[in-house]
Structures are given as C-alpha cells and as structure tokens.
Design a protein around this ligand. Structure first.
Ligand SMILES: [Fe+2]
Length: 251
C-alpha cells in the first residue's frame, strides 16, 4: 500500500486571502493498482471517498488517523475494481453515494437511494465544490471529478494512457470526443489523478499529457480507434511513459 497527499486547491481570488480548501489523500490498493482517493474539506473535515474498493479497513484507518468524517462516496464508474468495497464502507458510515445517471442505468444495480447526477452538476462538500464531468468512452456514464485544478479521472485518462474501450459499454468514438474535449476545455495546469497507477508517475499535469500521452495526440477518429482497439496493447507495456507526438504508430 502506498499513501500520498496531493496539493490543495486555493480559492480563486488572486488576493492575500487565498485559502486552502481541500486536500486529496490517495491510497493505492488491490492487485490492479487502483487509486482510492479521499477528498478532505479542510474546514469541516467532511470527506468524500472516490471509488471505494479492495481494502475498506485501510480506507477507514486513514480516515481515523486524519480525523476525517466520511460523508460522501463518489463513483467514477461501476467496474468491479472500483466499487467492490462500497457496501462494506456503507456499513461503517452513512455516506451519500453519487454517480452519473447513465452509469447507474448501465450498471443496473441501484444502491439504496444514490444521488444520480448529470454532467456539469456540482456537489458541495463543506466549502469544497466538486464539479462532475460526464466523460463517456470507457463506460457510458464514466465521470471525472473536478476540484479547482485537481481532476480525478477514473479510467478515462491515465498518466500517459487511457481506459480500455473494448469492454461492455466501451466506445472508442466516445472516448475520442471525450479526450478532445478535455484537451481543449481544461486548463493545462490541471492535475490529473487517475484511477490506476499504471505509469511512470502517479500524477501529472494536463500540459505534460498533451505533450506525451499518445491518446491526446490524434486529430483523426479512425486513427485513434485503430490505435486504441488494435495497436496500443500489443506495443506498449506498463509502466507507461511519454511518447512524442507523431511517434504513436506507423502511418
Ligand atoms: Fe474500469
């Protein structure tokens, strides 16, 4: 198990009153190197667990150690390796579960009164505002969670990689448009916090990813699809490192 804490976001006012609003703690858990994130609102200690899986006692131990009050659970998507601790966690704390409506429909497993969201919705966690982005491609209702400069990306975007599109509900065309949107609309300082530790770095800026992530280099849907569905897995091994633009695969 590995633990690290990320940068906190500052309030947007560019004055002397800038204030740290949240802190992100990460646990690397399970045989697939999943990252489980705990988002702590610094004033209230209210905490959201993102993708509770594999080792709930570790999640609870970290919460206890840091005096965190788990009030919310955020799901990036419904694959087993991201949700297999949810019921055990909910037996220990009365948390509100959030996911996108299209993911709940895809999953077909409605928990006790989850809060179903649409892309663009915002969740208040104490003073911390979390924006939900709908980022289909890996699954129909995959979500990324944006907190200031931090972006928790699940299996949509990895450091120097992206999620598979060949599993049930996956769609390389949707992934192409999702990644194009992220590339064009998010600030380059955005800090990518992925759902798995598959790469040479645990976190990375969007700027670094635009330069070195092959999945962010394609302007052509057919070439992207060819690369994602047929080329990538045969030609790259973990840990993923940067690839220069134009070097993804032969023309
Ligand atoms: Fe997944």
């Amino acid at each position: 198990m590995q633990v690290f804490s990320g940068n906190s976001t500052r309030a947007e006012e560019p004055d002397m009153n800038t204030q740290m609003l949240h802190r992100i703690h990460a646990l690397e858990l399970g045989p697939m190197a999943n990252f489980v994130y705990l988002i702590e609102d610094l004033r209230t200690h209210r905490t959201a667990v993102v993708d509770p899986a594999w080792d709930v006692p570790e999640i609870l131990a970290l919460a206890r150690e840091r005096d965190l009050i788990i009030s919310d659970v955020l799901l990036t998507h419904s694959h087993h390796d991201h949700i297999n601790g949810i019921e055990e966690l909910l037996r220990s704390c009365d948390a509100q579960v959030h996911l996108l409506k299209p993911e709940a429909q895809f999953w077909g497993h409605y928990l006790d009164i989850p809060t179903l969201h649409h892309g663009g919705d915002r969740i208040a966690l104490g003073d911390t505002e979390i924006k939900i982005l709908h980022t289909p491609g890996h699954t129909p209702g995959s979500a990324c969670y944006q907190l200031g400069d931090d972006l928790i990306t699940g299996d949509t975007l990895f450091v120097y990689g992206c999620g598979r599109c060949d599993l049930r509900g996956g769609d390389p065309e949707q992934m192409f448009w999702t990644l194009k949107d992220m590339r064009e609309k998010l600030a380059e300082e955005t800090l990518i916090r992925p759902g798995h530790n598959y790469s040479v770095a645990e976190i990375s800026t969007l700027r670094e990813q635009i330069a070195g992530n092959p999945f962010l280099h394609f302007d052509d849907l057919q070439r992207f699809t060819q690369y994602r569905m047929h080329y990538h897995d045969k030609h790259r091994d973990e840990p993923y490192g940067p690839i220069a633009k134009g070097q993804e695969m032969p023309a």
